[in-house]
Design a protein around this ligand. Structure first.
Ligand code: FES
Length: 180
């Protein structure tokens, strides 16, 4: 995925929280010691609303928190969980750091490339999948692992991942394949 600094063009799409997210945003404020500390969860709300963050959404968050836009852009650029372009319906973040590397993340990557036909940073033509390699997601004891659909998929094997991808392709709930 491209970094914010590479994609600073405005989308032309105005952004504002939905009524539901406006309520969540108001509930966030008293939970944090400073408005700066709210940047991360406020951005997450914005991303959940549209699936990715436009420049307008980042500027909106900055304005609501009375923070400089550059501080918000920096947070988006730092965390791989934030997306500045539309992702596929199932966005795969495969960990490539030490534990996952030692336990065969490369086999998972090869499987994804073979089965879906996309490499890191790409999206499938049908929009079902997008794929990126990320650094440690903090679940090293269950390597190799990936994040997809806002959850972790752990102790991956080629067979298990193959079943998960098939379920996604067929429009089934892939959670039913999260077994050994
Ligand atoms: S090395 Fe993959 S989750 Fe930590």
């Amino acid at each position: 995925m491209a970094h914010v600094s590479q994609t600073l063009a405005k989308s032309g799409k105005p952004f504002a929280y939905s009524p539901e997210n406006e309520q969540k945003f108001k509930e966030l404020l008293p939970k944090y010691p400073t408005t700066r500390a709210v940047i991360l969860p406020a951005l997450w709300l914005a991303q959940e609303q549209d699936g990715y963050l436009t420049v307008e959404a980042m500027e909106y968050v900055a304005k609501r928190l009375e923070q400089p836009a550059v501080a918000v852009f920096a947070v988006v650029e730092f965390y791989t969980m934030f997306k500045t372009e539309p992702t596929g319906k199932h966005h795969i973040q495969l960990c490539r750091t030490l534990s996952c590397w030692m336990r065969g993340y490369e086999d998972m990557q090869k499987l994804i490339e073979r089965k879906i036909g996309i490499g890191p940073g790409e999206k499938s033509a049908d929009g079902v999948f997008s794929f990126e390699l990320v650094e440690c997601l903090g679940s090293c004891g269950t390597a190799p692992m990936m994040r997809m659909d806002n959850r972790y998929w752990e102790n991956l094997t080629v067979d298990k991942l193959s079943r998960i991808l098939d379920a996604c392709k067929q429009g089934r709930d892939p959670a039913s394949e999260d077994t050994q």
